[in-house]
Design a binder for this molecule. Structure first.
Ligand SMILES: [Zn+2]
Length: 211
């Protein structure tokens, strides 16, 4: 499986309208969690965040919000933000534009947000254009660091190193509150929270962009 742990600059500049990074001048980290909500795993994340007064952003799958509305509620009640990650976790490259956009709109019945993260990071330029020009447009939030927690071929320790050694001011970090990623994410998250809190960093959520 090939992926960049740290998004290269050249790739970011290809899509300047997407958000790859927050303010580089602030000692702030933006943790994001994709693919939930999931009762046990999202619950673990929320408990950990609370211990450190950390805020985060959860890119939810619509059908999981339908399944676990109380977990979705808890994310909001505890002061975090949510984003749309489609209804069915579709890959934009292999989905027609109409089906893709309809799936996002279906998810927006359950997820109140103008933030959007494409599953697998895969969205066609034309699809991105459509959702940026809707009556209620979306802002596409990509990332700076991919923890690799979804990669079952790496160890929890490797996943932790991915984050510890690549993080920088204003980085947007991707984790997953999913069963597949749980082993690596549950090892890495508490250690990242502890390490960077001790270094004087704050953990912030991404709030709605004016688009
Ligand atoms: Zn996903």
């Amino acid at each position: 499986m090939f992926y960049f742990v740290k998004m290269p600059r050249w790739l970011q500049t290809l899509y300047p309208n997407r958000i790859w990074q927050m303010d580089k001048n602030k000692k702030e980290i933006y943790l994001t969690f994709d693919d939930g909500p999931h009762p046990g795993i999202t619950g673990f994340v929320l408990d950990e965040l609370k211990q450190y007064n950390a805020e985060a952003t959860f890119f939810c799958i619509g059908k999981n919000v339908q399944k676990y509305p109380e977990v979705y509620r808890r994310i909001i009640d505890e002061g975090h933000t949510v984003g749309n990650h489609t209804q069915q976790h579709l890959n934009g490259y292999s989905t027609t534009d109409k089906i893709y956009v309809d799936d996002i709109l279906e998810a927006s019945n359950y997820i109140d947000s103008n933030l959007f993260r494409p599953p697998y990071g895969k969205i066609k330029t034309f699809q991105a254009k459509i959702i940026a020009t809707l009556k209620k447009p979306f802002k596409i939030i990509m990332w700076t660091i991919l923890s690799g927690d979804f990669d079952i071929s790496i160890s929890p320790e490797r996943c932790l190193k991915n984050v510890l050694f690549k993080i920088s001011n204003g980085a947007i970090v991707v984790f997953h509150d999913s069963e597949k990623a749980a082993e690596r994410m549950m090892y890495t998250l508490p250690r990242v929270l502890k390490t960077f809190t001790e270094k004087g960093y704050g953990f912030k959520k991404i709030t709605d962009f004016n688009v």
